[in-house]
Design a protein. Structure first.
Length: 202
């Protein structure tokens, strides 16, 4: 929470130094509010949150200056690679380099503040980025491309609820016996996690 407060007020201070850049506040306010509504990084993927705000700034960019128009898109592409488990450490280095260049070279406040969520999450939650890249793992399970859904044989009671609700028929098993997930068929929609009454899927 302290991170969100510091991030917010530093950005507000920068905005008042350059009053015409009122759009500078928008991504900062949203980032601050999200961290307030979803406390804390134990339940929300910080990489995914950074990606969410880059999507916002890419959509909002007027396209007038190249650093904002192209730079934020390149940052978003790298974040997508990270959340899909396709990134390397070189991609992380490129992301950090872009995050330093874009604020210095953008014309308006939107471009100047666009990398802030990435900078903040890299500073305080760098280990989550490295987990995505090196271990191909998302600790919160939000990044579906990295999710590994499995059935715990000790908890499964064979109630068949998961197999009956699976939209692609990826779960098999006889009533009263441990069920199994076919990873090739599984689309990682999370339906089985929500319907299992014994919390045997995770």
């Amino acid at each position: 929470m302290q991170i969100a407060v510091v991030f917010f007020f530093v950005t507000v201070a920068n905005c008042f130094k350059n009053r015409e850049n009122t759009r500078l506040l928008m991504p900062s306010v949203l980032f601050f509010c999200l961290l307030l509504l979803f406390p804390y990084h134990f339940t929300k993927c910080m990489v995914n949150i950074a990606k969410f705000y880059l999507e916002f700034t890419v959509d909002e960019s007027c396209g007038k200056c190249t650093p904002c128009r192209i730079g934020t898109k390149r940052m978003l592409e790298i974040l997508e690679k990270i959340t899909n488990g396709e990134a390397t450490k070189q991609d992380l280095e490129k992301l950090e380099e872009l995050a330093k260049i874009i604020p210095k070279t953008s014309v308006c406040g939107l471009g100047q503040s666009a990398p802030n969520p990435v900078i903040s999450t890299l500073k305080y939650f760098r280990e989550e980025y490295l987990e995505h890249i090196e271990e191909k793992k998302c600790r919160t399970g939000e990044c579906k491309a990295l999710a590994k859904i499995q059935i715990d044989p000790e908890k499964c009671r064979g109630c068949t609820k998961c197999s009956r609700n699976c939209p692609v028929g990826a779960i098999t098993g006889e009533p009263g016996k441990t069920h199994h997930i076919n990873e090739e068929k599984c689309i990682k929609c999370g339906t089985c996690l929500n319907v299992c009454p014994f919390h045997a899927i995770g």
